[in-house]
Write a protein that binds this ligand. Structure first.
Ligand code: 9MG
Length: 263
C-alpha cells in the first residue's frame, strides 16, 4: 500500500502532492514501483496535527480520487474518518476505506456499511493533536486487541460482514516508543482476531528514536526491517512511502515462505 498524502502538513510527504496532477503522477510512480493499493489521505494525522474541516478534506481528496480512478488501474484506499468523504469517494471509484478512528466518528459506521467496501479499522489512543502527550496502557497488546475486537463487533452489528474488515494496531498513534516496540514484538497475538493485518511503520518516529534520532529521510532501512518482522508475525498489507524498496523486501520474504516453518 503506497502512501499518498494530499495535505500541506503530513510528517513525511506533506506539501509534495497537493495538486491533482502531482498526486496523480505520484500514484502512477507507486503503481509502477509495485503498489497494489494507493492510500489517499487529505487530513494529516501526524502527532500534533490540527483537525481540518470536512469541506477542506473533501476538496483535497475527491479530485485526486477521481483522477486516479479514471486514469490508473489500482485499488484506491481512502484514509478518512468522515462519513461524507467515505460515501463520496466510494461513488468516485475508491475501493477501500482506511479509518484511523475505526468508524467511531458520527455516521461513519452507517456510511462505511453502505459503501460495501473493505474497511481497515485502526487503533488510536486519543486524537492526533494530543495523542502523544502521555499515552498509557496496562498492557498495550491486550488493550489494542480488545479495542479492535470491540470495533469488529460494532461493524458486524451495523451490517458489515467480517470478511470486509482488516485490522491495524496503529503504530505511533497514542503510543510511546516502548508501546510500539511491545506491539511489534507481540504482533502475532492479533492473528487471534482472524482478520487480515495491515501495518504502517514507514518513516515513523519510533524508527528515528531507535536509531538515536535519525531524521525522516534516514529511516528507510529500519522501516524495511520492521516491515519484514511484521510480515513474519502475520501482517499482510504494508503501508509505505517507499514502495519499490518495500516491494523488494516483500518479494524476498514471499520467495522463502514455501519453506518456512511458520506458514
Ligand atoms: C493514515 N495512516 C497513517 N499511519 C497509518 C497506519 O499506521 N495505519 C493505517 N491504517 N493508516 C495510517
Amino acid at each position: 500500500m503506497g502512501v499518498l498524502n494530499v495535505t500541506p502538513d503530513s510528517f513525511s510527504d506533506g506539501g509534495l502532492f497537493q495538486t491533482r496532477d502531482a498526486a496523480l503522477r505520484q500514484a502512477e510512480a507507486m503503481l509502477l514501483a509495485g503498489a497494489s493499493l494507493i492510500d489517499v489521505g487529505a487530513e494529516s494525522t501526524r502527532p500534533g496535527a490540527a483537525p481540518v474541516s470536512e469541506q477542506q478534506e473533501l476538496d483535497r481528496l475527491l479530485p485526486v480520487v477521481e483522477a486516479i480512478a479514471t486514469q490508473l488501474d489500482v485499488i484506491i484506499s481512502v484514509d478518512t474518518s468522515s462519513a461524507k468523504a467515505m460515501t463520496e469517494a466510494a461513488k468516485l471509484g475508491a475501493g477501500m476505506i482506511n479509518d484511523v478512528r475505526a468508524l467511531q466518528q458520527i455516521n461513519a459506521l452507517a456510511a462505511a456499511a453502505a459503501t460495501g467496501l473493505p474497511i481497515c479499522l485502526m487503533h488510536m489512543q486519543g486524537q492526533p493533536n494530543h495523542m502523544q502527550q502521555a499515552p498509557q496502557y496496562n498492557s498495550v497488546i491486550d488493550q489494542v486487541s480488545a479495542f479492535l475486537a470491540e470495533r469488529i463487533n460494532a461493524c458486524v452489528a451495523a451490517g458489515i460482514a467480517r470478511e470486509r474488515l482488516l485490522i491495524d494496531p496503529g503504530f505511533g498513534f497514542g503510543k510511546t516508543l516502548d508501546h510500539n516496540l511491545q506491539l511489534l514484538a507481540q504482533l502475532s497475538t492479533l492473528k487471534d482476531l482472524g482478520l487480515p493485518l495491515l501495518i504502517g511503520l514507514s518513516r515513523k518516529s519510533m524508527l528515528g528514536a531507535v536509531l538515536g534520532g535519525a531524521a525522516v529521510n534516514e529511516r528507510l532501512y529500519a522501516g524495511l526491517s520492521a516491515a519484514v518482522l511484521s510480515l513474519e508475525r502475520g501482517a499482510r498489507i504494508i503501508r509505505s512511502h517507499d514502495v519499490k524498496a518495500t516491494k523488494d523486501a516483500i518479494t524476498l520474504w514471499q520467495a522463502q515462505r514455501p519453506w518456512s516453518a511458520q506458514q
